[in-house]
Every structure is written in C-alpha cells, then in structure tokens.
Design a protein around this ligand. Structure first.
Ligand code: ADP
Ligand code: MG
Length: 265
C-alpha cells in the first residue's frame, strides 16, 4: 500500500471502492479496487476469483492486471487505468447523435478480440455491458470488471444464483439454464445494438415484459443506413436458442463479417 498514493475515489459500490492511485516513483496512474473480504471461507474464494481471473488475461483489449494483495480484511486489485471512461458514458455524451459506422465497427471488433481471449482461456465474463467496457486515452477498447466472471463448466457456471444486469441477460438465463459462452455473445450483441442505436435492444417498464421481449428475441430493427453485415450480426447474436447463436470464434471467422471487422481494426 505504501507505494501507491490515492489521487481520488472513482467509484463506490457494494464491494467497496475503486480508487485512482499513483505510484510513488514514476507517477504512473492505476486503478485500485479495494474489496472487503467476507469472513466465511466460501465467500472469500468468490471474492478472490476476480483477481485470479483478471490476472490470467493478457490482451490489448482487456484491462491489464498489475498486482493484487490483501491487507486488513481487504483485497486490493491494481489494474490499468482507462482514462477515456466507460462506453455507457460515451453513449450518453452523444446526446442522440449516432456513432459513425467506422467507430461502431472499430470498437466492436476490439470487443470481439477481447472476448475471444477470455473464452480461449475457458473463462466466461458474465457481465458484459457498456458500463464494464472502457476506453483508454487513445480510444482503445478494454473489457473490464471481472467481478462476475467464472471458469467454463465450473459449478458456478451451473449455479442459478447469478443474474447479471437485466438488460443484457440472455433468454437461456431467464429460462434457468446454465451460463455459457453464447450468453456472453448475447450480451455483446446488446452492446453492439446500443452502439448502433444509443438504446438498449430490450427495454420495458416492467420486468415481466422485458423478459418476454428477451425470450421472444423481439427488438426494433437497426437504422436502415447501417451496412448489411451489422444487420446480419445482430440477427444472429440475438438468436434465442444459444445453439443457433454464433460463438465469438464463429463471428470472427465468418468470412463476410471478419473482412469488414478487420478493415476497421
Ligand atoms: P462494479 O461494477 O462492481 O462497481 P467495476 O470494476 O466495474 O466494479 O468499477 C468500479 C468503478 O471503477 C466504476 O465507476 C468504473 O467505471 C471504474 N473503473 C473500473 N475499472 C476501471 C478502469 N480500468 N479504468 C477506469 N475506471 C475504471
Ligand atoms: Mg462494473
């Protein structure tokens, strides 16, 4: 703790706080998440999972892990600071003016590459949403917040206790089926749709109606001016049966889509 000085608090949540810190020597800025460790051993394991899984990731489109340590009943996770803020903020800043096709495709392809890295490591993110996707000062996309992540086929992936942010939750989760790699693809589809329209694809004033819309896969069509590939992607990422939904690998390998995505990287 001595080697970091606190610049300011950037967020507080149920977990604890997120601090912007600076190293004593070179004055580099980092984000330090300070998380209260629960007393029970099982809860402690769950809390530590965030640090363990983030530490496994090494990719230019995932928030870089620096170190983690424990002190006085707290877990500290030190990671790369993304000064561009999160995508939800960026979407709100638009005040209704749509992003260009170029920006949408550049950001989306970076999200796909980050997600591919996560899935290649047999990890599921489980809370992909615009609020957990960050931008660096240079405008590079970084997937963050591994607080809900788990390893594929772990007991946790099968446990039905977890539901992410309702707008991004896939039909199979509402149907009490295990969380799988395709559920992350659904959430990513929700973010892509948000980038294209500045709205959530599935939204309603009541929970019941929201779940109904999600389970029917009924959403308002994308603006007509967007390229065919984006319409095609959204249609397939919102297949209600996860078996019909492409994996992140299928998306990146699909000839038609990948050509367009790579052009914008
Ligand atoms: P939670 O969603 O559980 O509150 P997060 O890790 O997503 O936890 O974020 C906590 C706060 O810190 C949020 O305000 C978020 O915007 C911010 N934050 C998280 N990671 C970064 C990062 N790498 N760079 C900049 N801000 C971050
Ligand atoms: Mg978050």
């Amino acid at each position: 703790m001595e080697q970091y000085s606190v610049v300011r608090v950037i967020g507080t949540g149920s977990f604890g706080r997120a601090l912007l810190v600076q190293t004593e020597g070179r004055g580099e800025k980092w984000v330090m998440k300070e998380i209260r460790l629960p007393k029970a051993e099982s809860g402690m394991r769950t809390t530590r999972r965030e640090a363990v899984l983030l530490a496994k990731m090494k990719h230019s489109n995932i928030v870089a892990f620096r170190e983690s340590f424990e002190d006085d009943g707290h877990l500290f996770i030190v990671m790369e600071f993304c000064s561009g803020g999160d995508l939800l903020q960026r979407i709100r800043q638009q005040k209704g003016s749509l992003f260009s096709e170029d920006v949408i495709l550049r950001w989306f392809s970076q999200m796909c590459l980050g997600t591919k890295h996560i899935h290649d490591k047999r990890v599921l993110h489980r809370d992909l949403k615009s609020k957990n996707i960050f931008l660096t000062e240079h405008g590079t996309i970084k997937l963050g917040d591994f607080g809900s992540a788990c390893t594929l086929n772990s007991a946790r992936a099968y446990a039905q206790t977890y539901v992410g942010t309702p707008y991004y939750v896939s039909p199979e989760i509402w149907d009490n089926q295990p969380y799988n790699n395709k559920s992350d693809v659904w959430s990513l589809g929700c973010v892509l749709y948000e980038l294209c329209t500045l709205h959530h694809p599935f939204q309603s004033r009541s929970w019941k109606n929201l779940i109904l819309k999600v389970c029917r896969g009924s959403y308002a069509p994308l603006p007509r001016h967007l390229p065919y590939e984006l319409h095609y992607l959204i249609k397939h990422m919102f297949k209600t049966n996860p078996r019909d939904r492409p994996s992140i690998h299928t998306i990146l390998n699909s000839h038609r889509v990948s050509r367009l995505l790579l052009k914008h990287l």
